[in-house]
Structure formats: C-alpha cells, structure tokens
Design a protein around this ligand. Structure first.
Ligand code: HEM
Ligand code: HEM
Length: 249
C-alpha cells in the first residue's frame, strides 16, 4: 500500500512554478499582441527576473527538496536513472534536474538579453541605451533565438511530465499544485517557510526597484545601479555616459 500524501514541494516552489509559467506565456502573448503592449511584455519579463532570482537563492536556503544540493546529481546518477537502476527520489529526478537548471539559466539569460533589446520601431529595453543600436539589434536577435530554444525546452519539459503519467503512471502535476506526494515520513518537509520566501521576494524586487534610479531627487551622493523596473521607451541612459554615477556635493 502507498504511504499517505505528505508535503514535499513547499508553497514558494509551487507558486514560483505556476507564476513563472504564466509570466513566460504572458511575455510571449503580449509580444504577439503588438508594439502597444510592450510595457506589459517588459513587466512580465521583470517578473521572470524576480522569480528566477528568487528560485536561485531558494535553491540554497529553501526547504529540503527545493535545494539544488538535494537534486542536482553527477553523470553517474543520471546514467543510473536512465538505466532504471536509481532509487526513486521524492523531489526532482537526476535527469529532470538538468532541465530545471537549463530552464532557470535560459530564462534569466533571455530576460537579461531583452533588457538590451529594441524592436526597431519605438520600443526599447531599459538598458538598450547602454549599447549602440547595432549591438541592441544583435542582442534582440539572440533574445528571439533563445526564446525559440526555450519554447522547445518547455515542450520537452511538458512532454516528459506527460510521459511520467503515461509510462510510469506517476502524476507529477498534482504534487506541483498541492505540494503532496505519497512518500515515507522521513522524506516529508516540516514547513514551507513562507515568511522567509516572502522576505526574499520583497528584498529582490526592492533591490530592482531601488536600482531603478537612486539618483532621482538630486541626492548628494548616489550610486546608480541598473535602471531595471522602469520600462523605458526612449532607450534608458544615452550611450557614452558612465554606468556608475557619483554626484559628490
Ligand atoms: C512556460 C512554461 C513552464 C516553465 C518555464 C516551467 C518550468 C519549470 C521549472 C523551472 C521547474 C522546476 C521547479 C522547481 O524546482 O522550482 C518545473 C517543474 C515542473 N513543471 Fe514546469 N514549467 C512550465 C510549464 C509546465 C506545465 C504546463 C506543466 C504541466 C503539465 C508543468 C509541470 C511541471 C511539473 C509536474 C514539475 C515538477 C517535476 C518533478 O516532479 O520533478 N510545467 N517546471
Ligand atoms: C523571459 C521573459 C521574456 C520572454 C519569454 C520574451 C519573449 C519575446 C519574444 C517571443 C519576442 C519576439 C521575437 C520575435 O521577433 O519573434 C520578444 C521580443 C522582444 N523582447 Fe522579450 N521576452 C522576455 C523578456 C523581455 C524583457 C525583460 C525585455 C525588456 C524589457 C524584453 C524586450 C524585448 C524587445 C525589445 C523585443 C523586440 C520586440 C520585437 O521585435 O517584437 N523582453 N521577446
């Protein structure tokens, strides 16, 4: 008899997953809707940046099965999994872990490239002004190509989840919603640590907002970081100005 379902995926991981999927779809759809929707495209992209940054930190300080150390394995474990000789894992399996890393790295790179992009009509990413027009267009083409790569990876990801259902009879989607899987007592997590997660998200989002323009208001000394959370139609800082601006007295 299977053990009764117990908490494996904490609430932050589950919220992260479905918000990430919604943001990626949102960014795609708002791009397809046309230039007037660009600021929505940018905001969905910023959401991806905050979410993935959160997940990277959560992979170190989060609950047991969310930690990279608990699911990222070397080639030997991946081969053993492929040969069917690996013990079942309560969290991600060794092969799935590769896809998790690829999606996180790919999405962060994709959104970062978008920051420097421009549509050659009126819209630009907030950091496009830091590079010349040609470079911006080149980075936009990488943004586009990487998106197609990620769309393919997401398709493989969803097919793999479906294959688990069909081939192994294992439903992975429900645990990503409820957090619960039929595992032994020793494999359950005691809590989702939601307050730690919320604090982290607020700090990360706040860091991006503060980085937006700390020099505003004529402060005497300020350090301009990345003007991230300001969708900017004019291309941000004009090329040629220094990245770090000090305004002594
Ligand atoms: C743009 C769409 C999507 C993206 C970017 C995405 C990305 C990810 C990521 C990064 C993880 C790792 C979660 C973590 O440890 O934090 C994951 C896991 C998972 N995703 Fe998605 N996902 C997407 C769509 C979907 C859809 C549509 C489904 C439903 C069929 C799904 C089902 C799952 C499941 C079941 C897991 C857990 C797999 C396991 O148990 O090892 N995902 N996804
Ligand atoms: C990770 C989330 C993102 C996804 C999934 C995404 C997806 C896309 C897609 C599919 C395109 C159309 C490429 C084509 O021409 O076929 C595009 C274009 C573009 N994206 Fe993103 N993007 C994301 C984040 C961002 C961010 C954060 C910014 C900057 C604020 C940005 C700025 C741009 C620009 C300037 C274009 C060119 C507009 C055009 O030619 O249509 N993107 N993006």
């Amino acid at each position: 008899m299977l053990p009764s379902p117990r908490l494996v995926w904490d609430l932050p991981v589950r919220l992260f997953h479905w918000l990430l999927a919604a943001s990626v779809v949102g960014a795609f759809v708002t791009n397809k809707l046309g230039v007037a929707w660009f600021s929505w495209h940018a905001w969905f992209g910023y959401a991806v940046i905050v979410l993935v940054s959160f997940r990277l930190v959560w992979g170190v300080v989060g609950t047991r099965h969310a930690r990279f150390a608990s699911f990222v394995r070397g080639p030997a474990a991946i081969l053993a999994y492929l040969r069917g000789g690996a013990p079942a894992t309560p969290g991600h399996n060794p092969l799935g872990a590769l896809m998790v890393l690829a999606l996180l790295a790919g999405l962060l790179t994709l959104a970062a490239l978008g920051l420097f992009g421009n549509d050659d009509i009126i819209n630009t990413g907030p950091l496009a002004g830091y590079v010349g027009k040609e470079t911006s267009l080149l980075l936009t083409s990488y943004h586009r190509r990487l998106f197609y790569g990620i769309a393919a990876a997401v398709a493989v990801h969803v097919l793999a989840v479906l294959a688990h259902r069909v081939v192994k009879g294992e439903n992975l989607v429900l645990p990503m919603i409820t957090g619960r899987k039929p595992v032994a007592d020793a494999d359950t997590i005691p809590s989702s640590r939601p307050w730690l997660a919320l604090t982290l998200v607020l700090v990360l989002a706040g860091a991006l907002v503060l980085g937006a323009d700390p020099c505003a208001g004529g402060r005497r000394r300020c350090l301009r970081l990345i003007p991230l959370l300001r969708p900017n139609k004019k291309g941000g800082r004009p090329a040629g100005r220094p990245l770090i601006v000090f305004r002594p007295g």
